[in-house]
Design a protein around this ligand. Structure first.
Ligand code: NI
Length: 183
């Protein structure tokens, strides 16, 4: 089942999410639905608050292995780099954000309920930091300098009203792609 993705400004995106205590069948179904929702929107990451559920569940797929993380946390980080970032709750917006270059994160895998560690750099490290921020009620524009946030105020207002910064043509192309990928 595909969920509606919340836009910037909606309440669940501002809340700190609760840890998951039981890895039951509902969680496994939720993870599957979150992947479906993320792929249909051509995203590389999605956190449960983005579909209105304030629990600590994240899915990521930067093109290698799909990663589902329950109760994820960053246990080590190193370096800093500025790079472009987007978010499914901000359709069409891409902005530079400073993140750690390398991270080690631990999480519970919903498949076996075991605790794992993942070492990441580059896009995956960025995605892990971005998605864990969502679990703490932080969105990527919160990581930008105030001056930049003021500059893009109009764009942010459009998104808050439920709009997208992408042109209609791009939206149509995206729909075609997602149909193709869903097969
Ligand atoms: Ni996001």
């Amino acid at each position: 089942m595909k969920y509606r993705i919340l836009h910037y400004g909606e309440e669940p995106l501002k809340k700190v999410s609760e840890p998951v205590n039981d890895i039951d069948n509902d969680i496994k179904i939720l993870v599957k639905d979150m992947f479906e929702t993320m792929y249909a929107a051509n995203g590389v990451g999605l956190a449960a608050p983005q579909i209105g559920k304030n629990i600590r569940v994240v899915v990521i797929d930067c093109g290698d292995d799909p990663l589902a993380m329950i109760n994820p946390s960053i246990i080590k980080k190193k370096g800093k780099e500025k790079g472009p970032e987007g978010c499914l709750s901000f359709p069409g917006l891409s902005e530079n954000v400073i993140r750690a270059t390398n991270v080690v994160a631990e999480y519970i895998d919903p498949e076996d309920g075991e605790l794992y560690e993942v070492e990441a750099e580059g896009l995956l490290a960025r995605a892990i930091q971005h998605e864990i921020d969502h679990l703490n009620g932080i969105v990527f524009v919160d990581r930008m300098p105030e001056a930049r946030r003021s500059q893009i105020k109009n764009e942010l207002d459009i998104i808050k009203r439920g709009g997208s910064l992408r042109s209609e043509t791009e939206e149509e192309e995206e729909t075609d792609d997602s149909l193709f990928e869903a097969r």
